[in-house]
Design a protein around this ligand. Sequence first.
Ligand SMILES: Nc1ncnc2c1ncn2[C@@H]1O[C@H](COP(=O)(O)OP(=O)(O)OP(=O)(O)O)[C@@H](O)[C@H]1O
Ligand SMILES: [Mg+2]
Length: 334
Amino acid sequence: MITFNNVCKIYDSSTKKIKAVDNVNMTVEKGQICVLLGPSGCGKTTLLRMVNRLVSITEGSIELDGKDIYSLDAIELRRSIGYVIQQNGLFPNMTIEENINIVPKMLNWDEDKMKKRYKELMEMMGLNPEEYRKRFPWELSGGQQQRIGVARAMAADPPVMLMDEPFGALDPIIREHLQNEFLRIQRTVQKTILFVSHDIDEAIRLGDTIAIFNDGQLMQYGTPDEILAQPKNQFVEDFIGDDREIKRLTLLTVKDLLAKKNKINETINLQKGENQVVIDLDTDLRTALSMLLSSTPEKALVTDKSGLPKGMLSIADFEALTNVHPQSLKTMVH
Ligand SMILES: Nc1ncnc2c1ncn2[C@@H]1O[C@H](COP(=O)(O)OP(=O)(O)OP(=O)(O)O)[C@@H](O)[C@H]1O
Ligand SMILES: [Mg+2]
């Protein structure tokens, strides 16, 4: 668990003072991903680097599992926190294996243990351990380098991870692929993660919670659904975009909707020629809505993984979930 108590950071140069972080209070629960979201210069990196004491705190305190980070030994603290630097920060003169082994080496792991861990991490990241072992960072694509950056931060299996835009500067397809891989890995490793992003879609996809910042101040802290359903002020509303009801749909599946409407296993009444569209129960509602809108009539048969019919879905069902009339949803999707 990470707790921020009235945290402030003032950068004090000879010419001016910049309040980069302004009285931040929040708690990130153990095993959860909190996305720090906001425009460039709002203080995300500063807040992150205060947690591993790379940036000092001007006022307030930060606690890890209830212990003030300044009561802990700085070296011990940094060993228990994996840090993925903005723009991956791999050492160009070290091979991929050497880069990944930096922290294990500092911890004096024996060779066998390091070799085993290197192999395990590369496999986790979907990269062939042998193929990349002796290569240098510049011999890898941007996406591969970012994966090595994540693997390096995870090497000694720290319970806490600080990730500064680890998937920034990637094209959308690779980015989505890495996000999905990251979520898959997190389901088993269950680390407490602060993840910096300036992309609302990434925040919705990855965050158990989202903290939105502007000018160093925490504007809103909540689950993606809370933030999308009830933006607290004009800044948040503008930042998340006017299609927030559509974005909310990506958080839920067809199964959630049918369950909410008590429609799972209701009698399925098919007219001949109807229901060309078949939707899996686990499809997210944003995708399901697009599928419905491209079918005539706007109805779909819902099935489970083995193809067994589970219910029917129509546009009207969406009314139960959003604050927007189903007809308006249609225009928002197109
Ligand atoms: N070492 C420093 N000395 C003085 N000012 C700094 C320093 N580092 C950051 N700042 C200022 O503090 C503010 C917050 O910077 P920070 O790097 O935390 O923002 P950010 O949200 O990470 O931005 P980005 O999305 O561009 O990475 C900015 O106004 C920045 O210019
Ligand atoms: Mg930054």
